[in-house]
Design a protein around this ligand. Structure first.
Ligand code: GAP
Length: 443
């Protein structure tokens, strides 16, 4: 059994080599906790985000979308409690100068890096990233990059409710960047300082909130197992024992990453905390309360939240998909060599179809086919190297279908489609190819 550091080293190397994810500003030595997504990575990230958006917003009548600013009025973060309380305890080693989060240390008196018993007393460190708006850099002009995407949802609740003519219960979703000055970014992209969240806040009456909590728990579990195709034995629910004073229930969906079970998503009952806080700080009660005609009552909506990190999902998908095998490579004209393959579900694969002409002489009809395919699927064209090498290249980025255009194709108007996982080949008429692929990809 391979150790987890070796496995992660392979994932990190593959991600850089094939243009999934690599350090930001690498030529200057990188910047800790910031990551860039290359051509294949951004295709994966967008595919997952679009899949989430369709599942959470487009396919539902009772969830609306939002794309808010990253910088909001600083009072938003006063009201949410982030400026006062969004802090981790940190301690520094006075010998090696490394900094650690106290809650991540086995023994807060001993440096995990150099072993010295010379740690500073723990102190609070606020995670909000600060900037200044306007030409004067003073406290009056201080502003913060959002630490979560949900706060603007609460602030915009009433405007969206009126514009969309929604009645409770309904939800508002948004995806976008969040920023946290994490003390100790680690485990590749798992804990970053700039990351993308995908959040949905569902507004309902208190009496119905537990029913909705159970509903969203089930929906989010299904997203991972049925839509992303993650097997249930790599996922688990972690119920929170300690709840915030306003919350009735909270759970994390955890995935078995190579470095252990870790949170990918939270489903939280947030009570009326957010709406009542914004009412108190903004003094705009009418924007935070809801008049329920059926109940003939006005109240603060209770919120059930689903909140996940897109970077954590992409990392999960890459780790989950990664495989090495040696079997059956010979039949593709290669020596028996190890192949690295990513078994992504076809609907989120960064490249879904590769078009490969068998010979450079077939470039013209093959590029014609590629142009047609590219309108409906994420597609790549590759003409360089032996067909076996080209299959390997596509396996490494998880392309589920390789379409080979050969000399027979000129006569029989058919192509060979090679399946990434089974490594089987099937002759498919060009006229039926798009539908054939659609059936397999949407399955
Ligand atoms: N609005 C609630 C909220 O933000 P959270 O548990 O702090 O709750 C929600 O964050 C999700 O955002 C996490 O489950 C995780 O997937 C992602 N996330 C949080 N901090 C992150 C970080 N430093 N790097 C990457 N993803 C992070």
């Amino acid at each position: 059994m391979e150790n987890s550091d070796d496995f992660m080293a392979k994932i990190v190397a593959l991600c850089k080599r094939r243009g999934f994810i690599f350090q930001s500003s690498e030529m200057y030595g990188g910047i800790n906790g910031f990551w860039d997504y290359g051509p294949i990575g951004v295709a994966l990230k967008r595919a997952v985000e679009q899949t989430w958006w369709k599942y959470m917003v487009e396919d539902r009548d009772n969830v609306e979308g939002l794309d808010s600013t990253i910088i909001c009025h600083p009072m938003v973060w006063q009201a949410s409690g982030h400026l006062a309380n969004f802090a981790d305890e940190m301690t520094d080693c006075t010998v090696c100068k490394k900094r650690f989060r106290v809650d991540q240390m086995d023994d807060p008196t001993t440096c995990p890096a150099c072993g010295a018993k010379a740690m500073t007393p723990p102190r609070n460190f606020n995670l909000m990233m600060k900037t200044f708006v306007g030409p004067v850099f003073d406290e009056e002009h201080a502003a913060y990059l959002r630490a979560e995407t949900c706060q603007p949802i609460f602030v915009d609740f009433n405007t969206i409710r009126i514009a969309s003519r929604q009645k409770l219960p309904f939800g508002i979703a948004q995806t976008g960047k969040s920023f946290r000055n994490e003390i100790n970014p680690r485990n590749f992209t798992f804990r970053s300082r700039e990351f993308t969240q995908m959040e949905m806040e569902f507004f309902c009456h208190e009496d119905e909130s537990m029913k909705w909590f159970d509903y969203w728990h089930e929906q989010r579990w299904n997203f991972y197992t049925k839509i992303l195709g993650i097997s249930e034995d790599k996922l688990r629910i972690h119920w929170h024992d300690k709840l915030a004073h306003y919350a009735k229930k909270a759970l994390d969906i955890e995935f078995l990453y190579p470095f252990g079970w870790n949170e990918v998503e939270g489903v939280h009952h947030r009570g009326t905390w957010d709406m009542s806080q914004h009412a108190a700080y903004s003094k705009q009660e009418q924007d935070c309360r809801y008049f329920d005609q059926e109940r003939n009552a006005t109240y603060y909506p209770t919120v059930v939240e689903t909140s996940c990190g897109l970077d954590r999902i992409c990392l999960l998908l890459i780790c989950n998909a990664y495989d090495e095998d040696t079997a059956a490579t010979q039949k593709e004209g290669m020596d028996e060599d190890a192949r690295v393959v990513l078994h992504f579900a076809p609907r989120i694969a960064p490249v879904q179809v590769a078009v490969l002409p068998l010979s450079k002489k077939l470039e013209e009809p093959a590029t014609d086919l590629f142009r047609k395919i590219r309108g409906s699927f994420r597609a790549q064209y590759d003409v360089t190297g032996s067909i076996g090498k080209r299959y390997r290249r596509q396996d490494e980025i998880g392309t589920p279908f390789c379409v080979t255009f050969d000399f027979d194709s000129l006569n029989d108007n058919a192509v060979t489609v090679r399946d990434r996982d089974a490594m089987t080949q099937e002759r498919v008429p060009v006229a039926e190819l798009a539908q054939w692929l659609r059936n397999k990809i949407d399955k």
